[in-house]
Design a protein around this ligand. Structure first.
Ligand SMILES: [Fe+2]
Ligand SMILES: [Fe+2]
Length: 235
């Protein structure tokens, strides 16, 4: 299966059919399109409507997750609902299967990596914060556990590893993702690829501890590598 993936579309309300031609091109080159969050710039319904209109021109199945920008106006469920009505499967707790390949995804959260991972210790605010990251990882793990195919792809917005963050200032790595997501992924050998976005200045490729390939599909990263804004993976 040929899988196209793109993150960080950041659709603004003054844009005119910003992704229509690209989605048509992707429909010719891939069997499935994955969207890795930050689909809108500020999480406005007007931005989501513009993207929804373009999604209707996509002829292959579209699955994906929201990003932090899609939460900015405090109405991520409205953004998700508009995109869902345009045919996108918004991954959160439920996995999907298409032609023998499973797809599971969550937005993810921040929290850090390795020694820098924030622990649930001390103030209730810290515990609540860590609980959000742990809950995203738990949702991903639960969705991956329901997959019965021998191949799957995990879709995220935040990064699960630091390798695909290289290029970003090291001081902000802990705000770009959490290792808890990689820990969940590494429990399942059926995961053949992980796609994420969010790190606009990161690197394209990396691996989890267990060796699962991870791709930063933020459109700016992919464009720099391939001269087109979407990644193409064979799964
Ligand atoms: Fe972004
Ligand atoms: Fe983001």
């Amino acid at each position: 299966m040929k899988v196209a993936a793109i993150g960080d579309l950041h659709v603004t309300e003054d844009s005119v059919a910003p992704y229509r031609e690209l989605f048509q091109e992707i429909s010719r080159n891939a069997d499935v399109l994955l969207l890795c969050g930050d689909l809108t710039n500020f999480g406005k319904t007007s931005e989501a409507e513009i993207l929804a209109e373009d999604l209707r021109s996509c002829e292959v199945p579209v699955l994906g997750v929201l990003g932090n920008h899609d939460y900015e106006c405090g109405q991520p469920e409205n953004v998700a609902s508009i995109l869902h009505q345009a045919g996108m499967k918004v991954l959160d707790e439920q996995a999907f299967e298409i032609d023998g390949v499973g797809f599971a995804g969550v937005k993810g959260f921040i929290g850090g990596f390795g020694r820098g991972e924030l622990a649930p210790f001390g103030e209730p605010e810290i515990k609540a914060f860590v609980d959000i990251a742990a809950n995203e990882a738990r949702k991903l793990e639960n969705a991956l556990r329901t997959i019965r195919t021998d191949r799957s792809v995990a879709v995220l917005h935040y990064a699960p590893i630091t390798e695909t963050l290289e290029g970003e200032p090291i001081e902000i790595f802990q705000y770009l993702g959490t290792q808890r997501l990689a820990d969940a992924i590494d429990r399942f050998p059926h995961v053949r690829a992980v796609v994420h976005g969010h790190a606009h200045h990161g690197s394209y490729e990396g691996k989890t501890m267990r060796g699962t390939p991870v791709y930063n599909c933020a459109q700016f990263v992919v464009r720099e590598k391939f001269g087109r804004p979407y990644a193409l993976l064979e799964v």
